[in-house]
Design a binder for this molecule. Structure first.
Ligand code: ADP
Length: 159
């Protein structure tokens, strides 16, 4: 059973994240989306809300599970009985941070490997932060997020 963990904040999930989940499903038997709920920066959506949105937009992928986690990623990966972490690389600017994270995790737990998927070019510019900013200012976010996320963002910002 090849199981991978795709961790992140997903505040909220974008079409870029979703594309990565879909492609991971083609490689792994099971993909656990790990939703980080202990952030220094206060997220816009609670972990429960973020998980609900992810579950809704991945409901047609039977091998996807959505689980909240806190604390060290390597501990969560072990608890899930997995050995692979998936991360997305959008641009070269992601690389430095992602390398630091992956190398640190390798030192903490040498049996865990990080696999990077390059993002779909169509979503390479996309981040949850940008989407929230555009939504807050009343811009059209249809091209960035699934429909239910669009609705939730509009509700939050009352636009
Ligand atoms: P984090 O706060 O851990 O970076 P994010 O939710 O921002 O959490 O991202 C989770 C993962 O998804 C990261 O590996 C990130 O590189 C990747 N990711 C973010 N945006 C995109 C995108 N547009 N396309 C593909 N992958 C993305």
């Amino acid at each position: 059973m090849k199981r991978a963990i795709y961790p992140g904040s997903f505040d909220p999930i974008t079409l870029g994240h979703l594309d990565l989940i879909e492609r991971s499903c083609a490689i792994f038997d099971e993909v656990i989306v790990g939703v980080l709920h202990n952030r220094a920066k206060k997220p816009l959506f609670t972990a429960a809300e973020r998980m609900e949105m992810i579950r809704e937009v991945t409901k047609n992928f039977p091998t996807v599970k959505v689980v909240a986690f806190d604390g060290l990623l390597v501990d969560f990966v072990k608890k899930c009985e997995a050995r692979v972490v998936i991360r997305g690389l959008r641009a070269i600017t992601d690389l430095e941070y992602e390398m630091q994270l992956a190398q640190t995790n390798r030192v903490l737990s040498s049996e865990i490997d990080t696999i990077f998927l390059t993002t779909n070019l169509a979503y390479a510019y996309l981040s949850s932060t940008t989407v929230k900013e555009v939504a807050r200012l009343g811009g059209n976010i249809q091209a960035f997020v699934p429909e239910i996320v669009e609705k939730r963002l509009k509700d939050v910002y009352q636009v």
